[in-house]
Design a protein around this ligand. Structure first.
Ligand code: FES
Length: 109
């Protein structure tokens, strides 16, 4: 059985964009890639700090990668892999996303 939390306006998120949402005491990065909603825990594998601490998207200047604002690690938004930075080769932790009646939800066991 899963608990589910609505990701507000996820279906309206433009392709390639990202948003931050907070659910209870956890923060998540939500992005749309090739039409698919993908979510990651907002926690950098380098020092276990949030990639971003504001509501600003955690994207690099070109909008191509998720960027940690502490030491500049860049992550592929498609699979969460760190492609450069102090934690290169590690991954953001993916969160489970479900769709029900056109709405997107984060699912927790
Ligand atoms: S905490 Fe993210 S790159 Fe260092």
């Amino acid at each position: 059985m899963f608990n589910k939390h609505l990701i507000p306006n996820a279906q309206n998120l433009p392709e390639g964009q990202a948003l931050n949402i907070n659910i209870e005491k956890c923060s998540f990065l939500v992005t749309k890639q090739k039409g698919q909603i993908i979510a990651y825990e907002n926690l950098c594998p380098h020092q276990k700090k949030p990639l971003t601490w504001s509501s600003n998207p955690a994207l690099d200047d070109d909008g191509d990668y998720l960027k940690c604002h502490h030491h500049g690690a860049l992550f592929s938004p498609a699979d969460g892999s760190c492609i450069t930075g102090p934690c290169q080769g590690s991954h953001l932790k993916k969160a489970t996303v479900g769709i029900e009646q056109g709405n997107c939800y984060l699912l927790f066991a």
